[in-house]
Design a protein around this ligand. Structure first.
Ligand code: MTE
Ligand code: MOS
Length: 795
């Protein structure tokens, strides 16, 4: 066992502690960025002037009328930018654009004594636009070949031969929608300038170092002039990995130009209309199975809807391609990836970071093909699992596949899946208008940033003379419990009670050059760094102690008087990983996180309304550092996944009317989120036992994102229930999200299916046959599902 993963006796890690801020969260005492406004005198408020067009040239901008509005102090425009007028790292995101690229794009920002004054000022700004043609839907972008960024390919074996050797070949199209993050706290920044011109930005950001970099380049300053602090976030979910930078830069610019603190907080409507979301994807595929239902080959083209700029679309696409296999061995693989450019918000990271979209493709394929193969989907999935020694399409050997098998068996056993399948069948036989469905799905999710350089972290640990400990680390807290785990790691390493340790807010002047708190890796990375710093201090203290066994406080005091350094900077980098982003191959992930879910649902055939009756989950978090936190992550991730797959329905106006390109679901009244009411009636979550992960901090595994994909079980159970409305062996196409409306139409198709094909998307073809692209002009009952139904050309 490695030194990093070995746990001492009476460790503080492993204890089921509440979140370090739980009491503050529930009493309203926890401070978020925007709460600081009320503690800051003379604050100015920023309000955007947003484009009403999805694509247009700004031909005139007159800020003078705004300046006549009482309380307006300044209007920020491109002319004010002393540095680079760009909010991104790809230099394709002008902060003050000459050409607007989506409805809601901020042309300029108005600063006012009050938010109301700024808002009235924004209304008064006069902007003339010359509208340009806009590409709104993903399929339109594909047809117009409107792409951006690289076109990665993952290839293994000979997919042509694999398909030719298959006994069954199916082809089809899978489409899935994006998702709004809907963090409770919208984007927020508060910027100040001190007497020396030092810029200090409080920001709700998952990536303080990058926010610092962007603020510095917009202001034309070096990074050491800018400090960014993140107290905590009221949720980030990936939405604050890249998107906060521009808002922070606007606030900082305002502060520099006016000499007053500037606060920028988006209203919910602004947040929803201005900021990026999960990428929707379109996938076209062709798959081969042998006589036994084993996958022989998969050829697919995945196109993501990137929105107006690249943002994180390329790495999201890379992770999608690296997860198309999910838990399944596919000998011959050819995967193409593309990012479409559309005139919408710039889509970005969202829990899973493309992984869910990639995995949905293969789960959709298996769910649609199982009836056509005449194999029970539970069996079909299990039969295709990776076994020891097999590698992913990008060349990484899948370690511990037996853990996934163990989780699978545990869910089948504790969930009494076999018995309940019979109950479901009996229920369905007795009820013509209500059907139940049951499904089991696996998760395999790679942990580490694909981009190897990001897999590093730093920490700063101070031991004060009285023996109390203060830790800083590079990660941010967004509710996921990272700080709780870091406190436990420090207490364990130093061998002190938890109460001796405090964690300070994340700041770029404490730990520099940090990676985003993302990829679920923050505990692995920052935990490694905190442990390293603690060990450095401990090694010096051991020398002072010289075997005497002094009590902690005494030892610390003596060390101080002996002039021994009581603080240390820690560092960690993940060993043994590498990634060739051109060849799309290597060993990008330190390990895989595994999970299995079984879900049972009931569908009303008259309305498509559905309810989740029971869910059983076994999830692999290694040796848990903090079981309550991990349980919360598994439950929260799962429910967020259920929202994405079955409820949340982002709609953009794709008409050619005046609202073209507008997000029509701009608030909680039109965008359905999961709530307590949608929780399964029964939810059983177990953490996989005997799951120690060698080479990771105290034997744990990352947990932030992987559980989201457990929600596939609910989608597949819905498919199973819909299928029960049709004849045996009906292949069901289900739109994603499988909203009640989408389920209703799927039920209608299942009932109408005479040949076992509910929809025409899964078509058995001849090996070598390339399916046509869907016909976007085809008549549509429901736009998304119908496009999927016009998939393939038959042999
Ligand atoms: N949990 C809560 N409560 N709030 C969040 O914003 N973000 C998720 C996940 N869990 C999130 C969350 C995402 S997208 C990631 S990448 C991880 O937490 C990041 O934190 P970690 O690396 O500490 O797991
Ligand atoms: Mo998470 S999507 O990696 O912030």
């Amino acid at each position: 066992m490695s030194e990093l993963s070995r746990r001492p006796a009476d460790a503080v890690v492993g204890l089921a502690l509440p979140h370090e801020s739980a009491a503050l969260h529930v009493t309203g005492h926890a401070l978020y960025t925007d709460d600081l406004v009320h503690r800051t005198p003379h604050v100015l408020h920023a309000h955007p002037v947003c484009s009403p067009h999805p694509h247009a040239r700004v031909t005139r901008l007159d800020a003078a009328p705004a300046m006549a509005v009482p309380g307006v102090v300044r209007v920020l425009t491109a002319d004010d930018v002393p540095g680079v007028n760009d909010a991104g790292v790809k230099h394709d995101e002008p902060l003050f654009p000459e050409i607007v690229m989506f409805v809601g794009h901020a042309v300029c920002w108005v600063l006012g004594e009050t938010l109301e004054a700024a808002r009235r000022g924004a209304e008064a700004v006069q902007v003339d636009y010359e509208p340009l043609p806009a590409v709104v839907s993903l399929t339109d972008a594909i047809d117009a070949e409107h792409f951006q960024g690289g076109r990665p390919v993952i290839a293994r074996g000979d997919v042509g031969a694999g398909l030719a050797g298959a006994t069954h070949v199916f082809s089809g199209v899978t489409e899935m929608a994006g998702q709004e993050h809907f963090y409770l706290e919208t984007h927020a920044s508060l910027a100040l300038v001190d007497e020396g011109g030092q810029v200090f930005v409080q920001s709700s950001t998952q990536h303080p170092s990058e926010t610092q970099e962007i603020v510095a380049h917009v202001l034309g300053l070096d990074s050491h002039h800018v400090t960014v602090q993140c107290l905590r976030m009221g949720g980030g979910f990936g939405g604050k990995e890249m998107q906060p930078h521009g808002f922070a830069a606007v606030a900082a610019l305002g502060a520099v130009l006016t000499g007053r603190p500037v606060r920028l907080r988006l209203s919910r409507t602004h947040d929803m209309t201005m900021t990026g979301k999960r990428h929707g994807f379109h996938a076209q595929w062709r798959v081969g199975f042998d006589d036994d239902g084993r996958l022989t080959a998969l050829e697919a083209t995945l196109t993501s809807d990137g929105g107006w700029s690249l943002d994180l679309s390329e790495p999201v696409l890379a992770r999608a391609l690296c997860h198309v296999d999910n838990a399944y061995w596919i000998p011959h693989v050819l995967l193409h990836g593309r990012v479409a450019r559309t005139h919408k918000t710039s889509q970005t990271a969202f829990r899973g970071f493309g992984g869910p979209q990639g995995m949905l493709v293969v789960e959709d394929i298996l769910g649609r093909c199982a009836p056509l193969l005449g194999i029970d989907p539970v069996e079909l999935r299990r039969r295709n699992f990776y076994v020891e020694g097999q590698a992913t399409p990008y060349g990484q050997v899948v370690r511990h596949p037996e853990r996934l098998a163990a989780a699978w068996e545990q869910v089948l056993a504790t969930g009494e899946v076999r018995r309940r399948c019979e109950e479901v069948a009996a229920f369905n036989a007795a009820h013509p208008h209500r059907k139940r469905g049951l499904a089991v799905t696996p998760v395999k999710f790679g942990i580490s940033f694909n981009f190897t350089a990001f897999n590093q972290a730093g920490a700063l640990v101070h031991v004060y003379k009285d023996g109390s400990v203060l830790i800083n680390h590079g990660g941010t807290e967004m509710g996921q419990g990272l700080h709780t785990k870091m406190l436990q790691v420090a207490a364990t390493t130093l061998g002190v009670p938890l109460a001796k340790v405090r964690v300070a807010p994340t700041r770029t002047d404490k730990v520099p050059n940090t990676s985003a708190t993302a990829a679920s890796s923050s505990t692995d990375l920052n935990g490694g760094a905190v442990k390293d710093a603690c060990e450095q201090v401990l090694a010096r203290l051991r020398e002072v102690d010289a075997g005497r066994g002094l009590a902690w406080e005494e030892l610390v005091r003596e060390a101080y008087f002996s002039r021994v350094q009581l603080w240390a900077a820690g560092f960690y980098r993940t060993e043994g990983i590498h990634w060739d982003s051109t060849a799309m191959s290597g060993h990008p992930f330190k390990y895989f996180a595994y999970g299995v879910a079984a879900a049972e649902v009931e569908v009303d055939g008259f309305t498509g309304a559905h309810r989740t009756r029971r869910v059983d989950i076994v999830h692999d978090v290694g040796d848990s550092l903090s079981p309550l936190v991990d349980l919360g992550q598994v439950e929260g991730g799962f429910v967020q996944g259920v929202g994405w797959l079955t409820l949340e329905d982002l709609r953009w106006d794709e008409s050619h009317g005046p609202g073209r390109g507008r997000l029509t679901t701009q608030s909680a009244s039109t965008y359905k989120l999961p709530s307590l009411g949608e929780l399964p009636d029964e939810l059983h979550v177990a953490l996989l036992e005997h799951a120690h992960e060698d080479g990771v901090v105290y034997g744990s595994k990352a947990v932030g994102e992987p559980p989201l994909m457990l929600a596939f079980a609910v989608r597949e159970a819905l498919r199973d229930a819909v299928g029960a409305f049709g004849r045996d062996g009906t292949s069901v196409e289900l739109a994603s999200p499988a909203t009640p409306e989408a389920v209703f139409w799927a039920v209608e198709r299942a009932r109408a299916a005479v040949d076992g094909h509910a929809g025409h998307g899964v078509v058995e073809g001849l090996p070598g046959e390339v399916p046509d692209r869907p016909d976007p002009a085809a008549p549509a009952l429901h736009p998304r599902s119908e496009q999927a139904a016009h998939a393939a050309g038959e042999a």
